[in-house]
Write a protein that binds this ligand. Structure first.
Ligand code: NI
Length: 169
């Protein structure tokens, strides 16, 4: 089932997600729905907050469903190592048409559970590193516009207000 994407400034986007403790059929269905929603929106990552659920669950697939090895479910994830620095443009399904360069670690190692509750570690570089950091930020209630300077943020907010006024948000 395709879920509705929540856009800024919905307050759920600013909520820290609750830890997941039950790995049941309901969770597996929710994860499947998140993938379906992400593919429908042509995104590469989606956090539970973006479909209105404040839980520590996100999905990532840099291949848009083409390569099974690029498909990740991160439940209760934490960044356990990070190094280097990159500065690349990011977008977010909760901020349609808004793109901005964000400073991120170049490489991260993330520890997370999958939908069966099994823990594993995922090493990411470049786009996967950025994507995991962006999605884990969502689980902490941090939206990418809060990762830029106050000046850039005010320009982004002005553009959002313009899109809202035009009925395109
Ligand atoms: Ni996002």
């Amino acid at each position: 089932m395709i879920l509705k994407i929540v856009k800024y400034p919905d307050p759920v986007l600013a909520q820290r997600g609750a830890e997941v403790t039950e790995f049941n059929a309901e969770l597996r269905q929710f994860v499947a729905d998140m993938f379906e929603t992400m593919y429908a929106e042509q995104g590469v990552g989606l956090a539970a907050q973006q479909v209105g659920v404040a839980k520590r669950i996100c999905v990532i697939d840099l291949s848009f469903g083409k390569k099974p090895e690029d498909k990740f479910v991160l439940i209760n994830p934490e960044i356990i190592e990070s190094e280097g620095r990159i500065y690349e443009e990011e977008g977010c399904l909760s901020f349609p048409e808004i793109r901005e360069r964000i400073v991120r670690a170049a490489r991260v190692r993330v520890r997370a559970q999958n939908e069966k509750g099994e823990w594993r570690e995922i090493d990411g570089e470049e786009l996967l590193s950025r994507c995991m950091q962006h999605e884990i930020d969502h689980l902490d209630g941090i939206q990418f516009i809060f990762r830029v300077s106050a000046l850039k943020r005010s320009l982004m907010l002005r553009r959002i207000r313009k899109l809202q006024a035009e009925g395109e948000w």
